[in-house]
Write a protein that binds this ligand. Structure first.
Ligand SMILES: Cc1ncc(COP(=O)(O)O)c(C=O)c1O
Length: 348
């Protein structure tokens, strides 16, 4: 056994199931076999056939011209934002969206792009009125409004096609481009029961994460026009994200596209089952959005609840006051049963 193979990431806890995020999934045997047998080349020379195949496949699936494979969703979003905007431009973005809250203001720090946050509505969308009000007139006093950044799903909430199209239209009519952070794009189309193209239609560029619900260890793909993705590829180089024999990682993504999209509905169903079980307990308000469940227990229960769950091998996130539980490929029905039993024994 190697130094690392026996290590448990949540040290001190004998983890049986981990609900903190869908990013924690580990590649299964079949995915590892696909990775091991990948045909590879140097992708910086454009020579990796597996990366090229992944990029072509996703561009085609979403009805766009081209795609670029990135190490992370954060870098894919940033490279896209930098491709759409120059220094002194601004993006309009939901104030709860990852590109605003959780990407260390990279667009400002590295590219001189200002972030203009607008209210995120209850359904996860940004309203046409907020967008219209945020778009600045062309005046030398102001940053140039250049890009609307959307997200779907937003904390698990799948924004309906018509709603997201209406938001995007306001921006497009004013001459802005639209970028969609689709870290959980496939959860969104699963929940909305629509095709990839139907959702992708709202945006000029879309960033898709392979390493969340789809279960790969690494990787995101940006899709868009030839011109946009060419600039994003250059930005990837600037950001240090160009990889060499990355076909090993692209093979995991191709495997996931073949096998792991259709099983996302099971994650959503399990989230619903968990939400139904929690509503029978004294855990406060319970909300279920696609593969995520949120609840807000009384403050005095937080520490004791975590400790109780951990003792039974169930890891839940450390957020307060609202706890998020995320279903993913490593949560089986048995794991979910165990978690529900742990909650029931705590609140008995
Ligand atoms: C909505 C959303 N966008 C983007 C990202 C960034 O992905 P990565 O962690 O690969 O940088 C995340 C990560 O959790 C996310 O949840």
């Amino acid at each position: 056994m190697s130094t690392y193979s026996g290590m448990n990431a949540t040290s001190g806890v004998n983890t049986i199931c981990d609900f903190r995020s869908d990013t924690i999934t580990r590649p299964d045997v079949a995915m590892r076999e696909a990775m091991a047998s990948a045909v590879v080349g140097d992708d910086v020379y454009g020579d990796d056939p597996t990366v090229n195949h992944l990029e072509e496949r996703l561009a085609d699936m979403l009805g766009k011209e081209a795609a670029v494979f990135f190490p992370t969703g954060t870098q894919s979003n940033l490279a896209a934002i930098m491709a759409h905007c120059g220094r002194g431009d601004e993006i309009i973005v939901g104030n709860e969206y990852h590109t605003f809250c959780d990407e260390a203001a990279g667009a400002s720090v590295l590219a001189g792009i200002s972030l203009n946050p607008v209210k995120t509505e209850m359904g996860g969308e940004v309203s046409p009125d907020s967008i219209a009000a945020a778009i600045k007139e062309d005046d030398p006093h102001y940053a140039r409004s250049r890009l609307l950044c959307l997200e779907n799903t937003v904390s698990g909430r799948a924004i309906p096609i018509q709603t997201i199209n209406t938001s995007a239209k306001v921006a497009k009519d004013a001459g802005l481009s639209v970028h969609l952070d689709g870290a959980r794009f496939f959860n969104a189309i699963t929940a909305l029961k629509c095709s990839p193209k139907e959702l992708a239609d709202c945006a000029d560029s879309i960033s898709l994460c392979m390493s969340k619900g789809l279960g790969t260890p690494v990787g995101s793909v940006l899709v868009g026009s030839h011109a946009l993705t060419a600039q994003a590829r250059r930005n990837r180089k600037i950001l240090g994200g160009s990889m060499r024999q990355s076909g090993i990682l692209a093979a995991a993504a191709l495997y996931a596209l073949d096998h792991n999209i259709e099983t996302l509905v099971q994650d959503h169903n399990r989230a619903e089952r968990l939400a139904n079980a929690l509503t029978t307990l004294d855990v406060g308000a319970v909300v279920h959005n696609s593969n995520m469940v949120f609840f807000t227990p009384a403050p005095e229960h937080h520490k004791t609840l975590y400790a109780h769950m951990a003792k039974t091998g169930v890891v839940i996130g450390g957020q307060s006051p609202t706890i998020r539980m995320v279903m993913h490929r490593d949560i089986s029905d048995d794991a979910l049963d165990l978690a529900i039993q742990s909650f029931q024994s705590y609140y008995a």
